[in-house]
Design a protein around this ligand. Structure first.
Ligand code: F6P
Length: 344
């Protein structure tokens, strides 16, 4: 078979581990040829590709980012985009296209497979861990580890100065990174999009902690968090180039308002793309590798429209259609029963 591969959407640690596993299994076990497309769907629509063989993927397992490059956007954003995807697949004599992506890329892949009859399968990735149909995505665990390390470091400087440190983490509309890193880092409070916050309640948590003789607080804030309606006004956010709401100023508002209400000095740290860069953790390398091997299995089963998924520790096939326009939100029991038990 000839198998095309692309990486789409925001990058995350582990993408290269998937590419390596696909090439190693496809070539080594089936005698397939693998073709990589540069810059996600742009490379497919513009016919920019590279032949990937075992020699070329040597050494990429621990490397962050993606050797293929990535972009947001896809064939449904421009007239004739789907025709160009089909034309390239024909020109390259592809029997299958493997799309390694998050919610946006998997939605596109699902539409191409189910609505346009193209032989496409998916591999879920994202640091946000917000893909429906899988228990986890690779990249997430690395981001959580980076955020946890940062929280550990911030604790000591916060203690020295008796400050409130507000740490903003990524996650878009979900609080997976904030919740996990907050629990692991012993945060004073965790603010997630799934649970609108009240700034007065947050200030009361910080004040209560200090009243108990503890000092220094670390408040972890997910970038997409929102205040309870009518409790706090935020500056207008606007949209980025791709129509996504611009995030990133909430933590500054929270820092300022907490200082005002508690009297303690605050500092704000936005971890930003540090969470997405660098080498994947061993967990993510293994998950990405299993996903890559599983993807080749799906290709040889002609399982078009399916993606690999992790369910109860096993790699299984799941319909990509379950991801369409959906977001996987945090486990509320974990937030209410575990995270909240340590607030204050
Ligand atoms: O989806 C992954 C993610 O890192 C989100 O957590 C974040 O909101 C967004 O991508 C940032 O996107 P960009 O790299 O385009 O700034």
């Amino acid at each position: 078979m000839r198998i095309g591969v692309l990486t789409g959407g925001g990058d995350c640690p582990g993408l290269n581990a998937v590419i390596r596993a696909i090439v190693r299994k496809a070539e080594g076990q089936h005698g397939d040829e693998v073709v990589g497309f540069y810059d996600a769907w742009d490379g497919v629509m513009e016919g920019r590709s590279v032949r990937l063989d075992t020699a070329q993927v040597r050494g990429i397992l621990p490397r962050g980012g993606t050797i293929l490059g990535t972009r947001r956007g896809g064939p449904f954003d421009s007239d004739g985009g789907v025709d160009r995807v089909r034309a390239t697949m024909n020109a390259e004599r592809l029997d299958a296209l493997v799309v390694i992506g998050g919610n946006g890329s998997l939605t596109v892949a699902s539409m191409l497979a189910d609505d346009h009859g193209l032989p496409v399968i998916g591999v879920p990735k994202t640091i946000d861990n917000d893909v429906v149909g899988t228990d986890a995505t690779f990249g997430f665990q690395t981001a959580v580890q980076i955020a946890t390390d940062a929280i550990d470091r911030l604790h000591t400087t916060a203690e020295s100065h008796d400050r409130v440190m507000v740490v903003e983490v990524m996650g878009r509309d979900t609080g997976w990174i904030a919740m996990q890193a907050g629990i692991a880092g012993g945060a004073t409070a965790i603010v997630v999009p799934e649970v609108p916050f009240d700034i007065d309640e947050l200030a009361a948590i910080v004040t209560r902690r200090h009243a108990r003789g503890r000092y220094a607080s670390v408040v972890v804030v997910a970038e997409g968090a929102r205040p309870k309606p009518g409790t706090l006004s935020l500056p207008e956010r606007g949209n980025d180039h791709y129509g996504n709401e611009k995030l990133g100023d909430l933590s500054h508002v929270i820092g300022t308002e907490l200082s005002k209400r508690t009297g303690y000095e605050s500092r704000v740290v936005q971890l930003g793309h540090i969470q997405r860069g660098g080498t994947p953790t061993s967990y993510d390398r293994v998950l990405a590798t299993r996903f890559g091997l599983g993807a080749v299995g799906l290709v040889h089963d002609n399982a078009w429209g399916k993606m690999v998924a992790l369910k109860c520790g096993q790699i299984v096939a799941e319909s990509m259609s379950v991801t369409r326009g959906k977001t996987r939100f945090i486990d509320r029991d974990l937030f209410d029963d575990v995270a909240k038990s340590f607030f204050g």
